[in-house]
Ligand binder design. Structure first.
Ligand code: SF4
Ligand code: SF4
Length: 217
């Protein structure tokens, strides 16, 4: 019987991260080609919305992003089943999302943020809900949940994020972590100048060294 493998995810090493935010920009660029981003310099007409967030403390900087939980709390609370598991990644169907924020409250890592939705570089307006703007009632912009999808949508277009943004991949291969399942390296890991981000795919099988350690007990 074929063993399912746990979801892949990206980990960050705080000791290597220099806080340059190249990962945030690469993430924004590859996820917004439909919005005209990266077509040419100076054409960005929407706010930069990344799906990972570089946090800064007095002593370190480090990107934080979705861990692609096996029993994803965000999916469990979504009232419209907008969050699903697809080919080893937890993804959000942006068309289904109603912006209720339940997933953002349920995520233990703070990996989900709510922002305006954009189509073809324009704010995506709601058909029914209106708001008071400049003294007039205008159609309200949709707000939806955004989070890391391991560049899943880009891969399913037949492209690889790494191929479009930069060459080198960053796949770890130590202990029980095995190479990234043959999938593309997410854009963030691909562009990081310090190789601080790594795509890993955990294996259910215990590593040889852990088995040996267990037998010695
Ligand atoms: S968004 Fe949060 S809760 Fe959902 S899979 Fe990612 S880390 Fe887990
Ligand atoms: S904000 Fe969207 S994805 Fe999150 S729980 Fe609500 S409907 Fe589901």
């Amino acid at each position: 019987m074929r063993k399912e493998r746990p979801n892949s995810f990206v980990i960050a090493e705080a000791g290597k991260c220099i806080g340059c935010k190249a990962c945030e920009l690469a993430c924004f660029a590859v996820h917004n080609r439909d919005n005209g981003v990266a077509a040419a310099v100076g054409t960005v007409t929407m706010p930069v919305i990344p799906r990972l967030y570089v946090i800064r403390t007095d002593s370190f900087t480090m990107p934080v992003q979705c861990r692609h939980c096996e029993n994803a709390p965000c999916a469990g609370v979504c009232p419209v089943q907008a969050i699903v598991q697809e080919e080893g990644a937890i993804t959000i169907d942006e068309d289904r999302c109603i912006g209720c924020k339940a997933c953002a409250m349920a995520c233990p890592f703070g990996a989900i943020s709510l922002y305006k939705a954009y189509s073809s570089g324009q704010e995506h307006k709601q058909p029914h809900l209106r708001e008071q703007l400049n003294g007039r009632l205008e159609r309200k912009t949709r707000v939806i949940a955004y989070k890391c999808d391991l560049c899943h949508d880009i891969a399913s277009d037949g492209n690889t994020a790494s191929g479009e943004i930069a060459g080198a991949g960053a796949v770890n291969n130590s202990g029980s972590l095995t190479e990234g399942g043959g999938g593309p390296v997410p854009a963030c890991a691909s562009v990081c100048p310090e190789q601080a981000l790594t795509l890993v795919s955990p294996s259910f099988g215990a590593s040889r060294s852990r088995k040996a350690a267990g037998l010695r007990l």
